[in-house]
Design a protein around this ligand. Structure first.
Ligand code: HEM
Length: 430
């Protein structure tokens, strides 16, 4: 905080109906208002006051005042995730559960998962090359990202995984819906799917305790904030959160990365020079075989995808005390949306251009936070980054892709960016 304190600018919207229409229809909703009101402003979306923030100073100020804010989700998400979920907890209860769940993504756990991820990439490459028809690649990326969590982390096999997937898709559809359980409504169906999902996850947990596959044995002995063992009811809500947080996001980044390579033809020769130095399948530890020190161009490409098409466009906090962000005063009880997508394109230079080289030549702006930051930084970051590295190298070392002409490569942005026509490609062996 540097200058004179200012009151919170507001759009003046009261009901927020028109603002909500703009929010869902206009990809530049936040940017337009930032341009008019500055890096911190308040508006109302269907009766919910929201403070939007962008830019390094406001976001850093927010992380620096973590004691004055808590996690927040819309009512529909809160209910569907459940009151035990760490996403809905704060303080010591949140920290204790992060410690327990974080064990699933520690280096030793990733080493355990990586052979199975390599095998899944190879199976996908085989399937793509065998197909004579045009392939919707975004759909294959979704199935891949789901399988990594369901098979590798949770240890589910074919039938169990398919049943889980069906309920999970019903559950996801209502995440950002009106949270009224009117019979037959998406929300009511999602609540029933939620109880089936929890039952299934309960069985999975039981099997893990009896020596099943996956990583769930790593959770045994997990303690809550009072040092007492976490109950199964508590643990299954954390597993449901992992499906929610880890699937759509990772699938989006994989699809957007492949889309970028297909749209910017000059990128492939540039990346190919690096791929020629790498071996598939990885000869040594797959968790580090393609890390940023060995594959800096791949890392730059991935960063640029996260900058231009962040899988999570924004996340929320609620103030429990008054705070000041970029010299703007925010009262207690306000919901803040950290607008990552708008922040990533704000600043000087060619920020509207897709140019991965900016992350290697020092011309990149310092703040890029696709995984959030502070006490709630993404728990699955290391797994997501590993999936992106293995998938990209594995597919591109074996398969040559061509985009099917005439398709719409624009993105639908909600819940996470994904090509509207599904990213249709044909695939040939290299
Ligand atoms: C490219 C993929 C991903 C992106 C861009 C991403 C991004 C994010 C972001 C922005 C947050 C919110 C941070 C905040 O509120 O400050 C978050 C939270 C979270 N993510 Fe991810 N995520 C990804 C993949 C995953 C995966 C694979 C998992 C696990 C399987 C995961 C698990 C979580 C969890 C559990 C939280 C909640 C943390 C908390 O509230 O303490 N994420 N993620």
């Amino acid at each position: 905080m540097t200058g004179t304190l200012r009151p919170l600018p507001t759009t003046g919207s009261v009901t927020g109906i028109l603002e909500a229409v703009g929010f869902f229809r206009d990809p530049d909703f936040a940017s337009r208002r930032f341009h008019e009101f500055g890096d911190v402003f308040e508006t109302t979306l269907i009766g919910q006051r929201l403070v939007f923030i962008r830019g390094e100073q406001a976001i850093r100020d927010l992380f620096d005042q973590s004691d004055a804010v808590q996690g927040w989700w819309p009512k529909s998400v809160q209910t569907l995730l459940g009151s035990r979920s760490l996403a809905n907890r704060n303080g010591a209860a949140h920290k204790a559960r992060r410690r327990v769940v974080g064990q699933l993504f520690a280096t030793a756990a990733l080493r355990r998962y990586s052979p199975s991820i390599v095998a899944m990439v190879d199976a996908l490459a085989d399937e793509l090359m065998e197909s004579d028809a045009d392939i919707p690649l975004a759909d294959r990326m979704r199935r891949f990202a789901f399988a990594v969590i369901a098979t590798t982390v949770l240890g589910l096999d074919g039938d169990d995984r398919d049943a889980l997937f069906t309920d999970f898709e019903i559950w996801t559809k209502a995440l950002f819906s009106v949270p009224l359980a009117i019979p037959g409504s998406p929300f009511a169906r999602a609540l029933s799917a939620r109880s089936r999902l929890l039952n299934r996850l309960q069985t999975v947990l039981q099997e893990a305790n009896d020596g099943g596959r996956g990583g769930l044995d790593l959770l045994s002995g997990g303690l809550d904030e009072a040092g007492l063992p976490l109950t199964d009811e508590d643990l299954v809500e954390q597993l449901l959160l992992l499906l929610f947080a880890g699937y759509e996001t990772t699938a989006s980044s994989l699809s957007c990365l492949m889309r970028a390579l297909l749209m910017h033809q000059d990128l492939m020769p540039w990346l190919q020079e690096e791929l020629d130095q790498l071996t598939w399948p990885p000869q040594d530890d797959p968790t580090s075989a393609f890390d940023p020190s060995r594959a800096p161009r791949l890392q730059a490409l991935s960063s640029e995808v996260m900058r231009m098409t962040p899988p999570v466009g924004g996340f929320f906090r609620q103030t429990v005390e008054p705070i000041t962000l970029a010299d703007v005063q925010i009262p207690a009880g306000r919901v803040i949306q950290v607008a990552l997508a708008a922040s990533n394109r704000h600043g000087t230079g060619d920020l509207e251009t897709f140019r991965p080289q900016r992350h290697l030549d020092g011309s990149s702006q310092p703040m890029l936070l696709p995984f959030g930051g502070g006490e709630r930084v993404c728990l699955g970051k290391a797994l997501a980054e590993l999936e992106i590295r293995l998938m990209t190298v594995g597919l591109l070392k074996r398969v040559s892709f061509s985009p099917v002409p005439g398709q719409n490569l624009d993105l639908q942005l909600i819940p996470s960016p994904s090509p509207k026509d599904g990213l249709l490609v044909s695939a040939e062996p290299l």
